[in-house]
Design a protein around this ligand. Structure first.
Ligand code: SAM
Length: 559
C-alpha cells in the first residue's frame, strides 16, 4: 500500500475523536470521518513509521448502525456533526468505549462509571457562529457552516438539528434579507466584502437571545453585484435587518441585537467595535439555580443542560468541601466556583481572560456569594503567588490540557483530592501519566456527553493522593524533546497551519514551522524536529512558505 493508492473497505471501529479504523491486507488504515460499518472508498494520503492514513472519498454503503429516519438533512454535506446519522444510544456507546480505552492505556484499578447522556440530544446548543460565504466557489450567498472538507464553501443550515428552532428562523431571515439586497460578503482569500458571520446565543433556561451581525468595515461597496442597482448606506441596511429580526415570531426573546465590526485577517469571530442596535450586549442563563450574565464573547459551556450534568458530576466527585478552600483553576466565568461556593469555606478561581474574570466577579455578586475570589492570569504564573493554600483543586483546562510546569506546581500543593474535567481525553491521559508518577491515583472516572451528534465528549476524573509523599518520588521528566510553545503566548501549530492555509492556500508542516521558529528566535524544544544525526538530510522550508509562516507569527503576536 502506498501514497495515492485507492481502496474500498468496511470501517471496523473508530478511535477518538474521528479516526475510522479498517484493515487492508492486514495493514491498519486510519480513514478520518468514517463511521464503523460504512463501506468506504478512500485514497492513501500519508504513510509514515508504519502508520497509514487515508482520505475518505465516498461512502459506498451506509453502516447498519445508521438510522434511516430523523437525521439532519444537512448531514454529510455540512462539516458540523460526524455522528448525526447514528442513533443517540450508538453515539454514547462509541464515546464511552473510546474514553475507557484511552484511560485504560495509562491507568489501572480505577472505577469507570460509564457515560452520562446529555438531557437533550437535539436543539442543545446555546451558541452558534454561522459564516457568510459562497455556497459553491462563486456563490450564491450562503449562511451556515463550512462544507465538509472545505475551508471556503459554506452550506446553508436552515434545518440544523443541534440548535433550537429560533436559531434557524434567525438564520433564514438574515440570509433572505441580505440575499434580496445583493450585499457583498467576505472572501477569505481576498479579504474583501462586507458580511462575515452571524453569532447567535440563546439561553435554554431563560429563553433570552443575543444576536450579532459581524461585518467588515468595508462599507464603500455594500452592494457589489450588478443586481444591486441602488446604493445602500450601512445605516439603512442595519436598520432594515433590525426590523427583520424584530418581526420574527420566536419562542425566546431578544435581550440584544448587535452589530460587530471585525476587520481581522483571520476567520474568527471577534470585535473591533460593537454597536448595540437593540437592548443590551449581554444575556442571562441559569444553571443549577444560579444566574450567569454572558457577554458576546465570554466562554460558557455550549450545552446548558449538559453543563448541569457536568457540574453536578464534578461537585459529587469533589466530595465534602465544608470548611475547605477550593481552587477552581481555568475558571472561565466562574461557574464551577459559584456552584461549589455555597458548600465551601472559600473558592479561588484563576482564569486568563480578564473579561471572563470580571463577569465571574459580577455573577458571584449577583448570586449573593461572598466567599469567591477570582484572579486574572495564567495559572502557570499565578498559582505560586496566591495567598491562600488549597485543600481541594478542580481543574478544567482548555483542550491542550495543563502546561507541564503548571501541573508540577499544582501537584506541589499536595492536596488530598483533585477533580480534573477535560474536553479532550488525549490531553487528559497525557497529564494523568504525570499525576500518577507524582503519587496521585485515579479513583474514578466518567464521561459526560455535552456534544451529541459530534465526536467530542467531556471526561471527569477524581484523583486522590496515595500514601507516597509525592515530593519524594518526583520524576524528572525532560521538557527538552517537547515543544513547549503549545503552551506559550502565541499560537499552536494547528492554529498556525490553519492561518497559513486560509490566508495563502499553502500547507505547511510542523517541521517547517519549527525551522522558522528557530530562525525567529522563538523557543522550541531543544531537539524538537531536529535531524537525528548531522549527516541526515531534512527538507528545508521553501521561501514562499517561510514568508507565510512569518506572516502568521506576526498575526499571532509571536514576532
Ligand atoms: C474549558 S474552559 C473552562 C471554563 C469554566 N470552568 C467553565 O466550565 O465554564 C477553560 C478556560 O481556561 C481558560 N484558560 C486557558 N488557558 C489558561 C491559562 N493558561 N491560565 C488560566 N486560564 C486559562 C480559558 O480562557 C477558558 O475560560
Amino acid at each position: 500500500m502506498k501514497k495515492g493508492d485507492m481502496f474500498e473497505a468496511v470501517v471496523e471501529t473508530i478511535d477518538f475523536p474521528n479516526k475510522g479504523i479498517l484493515h487492508v491486507d492486514g495493514e491498519r488504515v486510519i480513514v478520518k470521518n468514517a463511521i464503523p460499518g460504512q463501506k468506504v472508498r478512500f485514497v492513501v494520503n500519508k504513510k509514515r513509521k508504519g502508520k497509514c492514513e487515508a482520505r475518505l472519498l465516498e461512502v459506498l454503503e451506509k453502516s447498519p448502525l445508521e438510522r434511516t429516519e430523523g437525521a439532519c438533512p444537512h448531514f454529510g454535506i455540512c462539516g458540523g456533526c460526524l455522528y448525526q446519522s447514528l442513533p443517540y444510544e450508538e453515539q454514547l456507546k462509541i464515546k464511552e468505549s473510546q474514553i475507557k480505552a484511552l484511560l485504560d492505556e495509562v491507568c489501572n484499578s480505577y472505577e469507570f462509571e460509564g457515560i452520562k447522556a446529555s438531557p437533550i440530544s437535539n436543539g442543545y446548543r446555546n451558541k452558534m457562529e454561522f459564516s457568510f460565504g459562497d455556497e459553491y466557489k462563486d456563490g450564491p450567498l450562503a449562511l451556515g457552516m463550512h462544507r465538509r472538507g472545505s475551508f471556503y464553501d459554506i452550506v446553508n443550515t436552515p434545518e440544523c438539528q443541534i440548535v433550537h428552532e429560533d436559531f434557524c428562523k434567525i438564520l433564514t431571515a438574515t440570509l433572505n434579507y441580505f440575499t434580496e439586497k445583493h450585499i457583498s460578503y467576505h472572501k477569505k482569500m481576498q479579504h474583501t466584502g462586507y458580511l462575515r458571520h452571524l453569532l447567535v446565543r440563546r439561553a435554554v433556561k431563560t429563553g433570552e437571545i443575543l444576536v450579532a451581525l459581524v461585518t467588515s468595515g468595508q462599507t464603500e461597496n455594500l452592494g457589489v453585484t450588478e443586481a444591486c442597482s441602488t446604493p445602500v448606506s450601512e445605516q439603512e441596511l442595519l436598520a432594515g435587518w433590525l426590523s427583520c429580526m424584530q418581526a420574527l415570531e420566536l419562542e425566546g426573546t431578544f435581550a440584544g441585537i448587535l452589530h460587530i465590526r471585525n476587520d481581522s485577517l483571520a476567520d474568527v469571530v471577534q470585535s473591533d467595535e460593537t454597536t448595540v442596535l437593540y437592548g443590551q450586549d449581554f444575556f442571562y442563563e441559569e444553571l443549577l439555580g444560579l444566574k450567569f450574565r454572558i457577554t458576546p464573547f465570554s466562554f460558557f459551556q455550549t450545552n446548558s443542560l449538559g453543563a448541569e450534568v457536568l457540574y453536578e458530576t464534578a461537585r459529587s466527585y469533589v466530595g465534602e468541601t465544608k470548611d475547605k478552600v477550593v481552587f477552581d483553576l481555568y475558571s472561565g466565568t466562574g461557574t464551577i466556583a459559584q456552584i461549589i461556593a455555597p458548600v465551601a469555606d472559600k473558592v479561588v478561581g484563576v482564569e486568563i481572560v480578564e473579561e471572563a474574570v470580571e463577569a465571574a466577579k459580577e455573577n458571584a455578586a449577583g448570586n449573593g456569594l461572598k466567599n469567591c475570589e477570582f484572579i486574572a492570569g495564567d495559572v502557570l504564573n499565578v498559582i505560586g503567588e496566591l495567598k491562600d493554600k488549597p485543600d481541594l483543586i478542580i481543574l478544567d483546562p482548555p483542550r491542550d490540557g495543563i502546561h507541564p510546569k503548571a501541573l508540577d506546581k499544582i501537584i506541589d500543593f499536595g492536596v488530598d483530592r483533585m477533580v480534573y474535567i477535560s474536553c479532550k481525553p488525549t490531553s487528559l491521559t497525557r497529564d494523568l501519566v504525570v499525576l500518577q508518577e507524582r503519587g496521585y491515583k485515579l479513583e474514578k472516572a466518567c464521561a459526560v456527553d455535552m456534544f451529541p451528534s459530534t465526536a467530542n465528549c467531556e471526561t471527569v476524573v477524581l484523583l486522590s493522593k496515595g500514601e507516597v509523599d509525592s515530593k519524594k518520588i518526583r520524576v524528572e521528566f525532560s521538557l527538552e524533546d517537547m515543544d513547549m510553545s503549545e503552551f506559550q503566548d502565541g499560537a499552536t501549530y494547528p492554529q498556525i497551519k490553519e492561518y497559513v492555509l486560509e490566508n495563502t492556500g499553502l500547507k505547511v508542516s510542523n517541521l517547517y514551522i519549527s525551522q522558522i521558529k528557530r530562525k525567529c528566535g522563538i523557543e522550541v524544544g531543544k531537539n524538537y524536529n531536529l535531524p537525528k544525526s548531522e549527516d541526515s538530510r531534512q527538507p528545508q522550508c521553501p521561501p514562499e512558505k517561510e514568508k507565510a509562516i512569518r506572516e502568521a507569527f506576526k498575526y499571532f503576536g509571536m514576532i
